[in-house]
Design a protein around this ligand. Sequence first.
Ligand SMILES: [Ca+2]
Ligand SMILES: [Ca+2]
Length: 250
Amino acid sequence: MRERRNMKKSRAAFAGASLFRSGGVFLIGCAVGCSSLFAASEPAVKPQAEARALVPLALQLPGPTMKGTPTDLPAGPHIEPLSDKPRPAFMVAKGVKNVAAGKTVTSSIKPFNGELSQITDGKKNPSDDDAVELKRGPQWVQVDLGRSYAIEAIAIWHDHRYVQAMHDVIVQVSDDPEFKAAVTTLFNNDTDNSAGQGVGSDREYFETNQGRIIGGKGVNARYVRGYTKGGTLTALNCWEEIEVYALPDK
Ligand SMILES: [Ca+2]
Ligand SMILES: [Ca+2]
């Protein structure tokens, strides 16, 4: 305690002396210099966060599409070639759960087929019964997790009844249900900004029963929003499931 009091005293004396000698301009320079000077008396290295046990994210995959793989799939620099190799493991904290299961879903437009609640119902088979379809144009669906979570990963399945690539796939998270403030974009393959969410640098990919894992980077957010704008086979938008992985309530 005594040491801290002394430090306060000397800090005040230092700043006062500087003001006295050199005037306000110097004081501004000193304020920066002083803070780093005095910071040196604090621990140089903050204690590291406890090492977390990481495990591969285990997804429950739906059944494979029965339609077969088209031979004339689109290709180009902005689209990932279809691969039949196993996906590399995506590591997450041990104990993460799908905190989106059963949570409320809203959307930019009412689906014309299916119910929004089906986007968090756990069913994601390549079947017409599991398809939630929205009309053409950039459209979004949004999950309310009920409270903010440090998001480790998001897994999404669009329409994988057919092997196709969806356009303008954008995944954002925020604590603002209107997505006007503090929005973090975790994935964006809208390379021409036609959805108006900024130019994306991610590539398009083909929908399969594997879905897509998007890193959450530990961002704290209550809401998850996903955009699409049709795909290579249809102008319509179709969702099957959104899963959000985070450590659940303690
Ligand atoms: Ca579903
Ligand atoms: Ca676009």
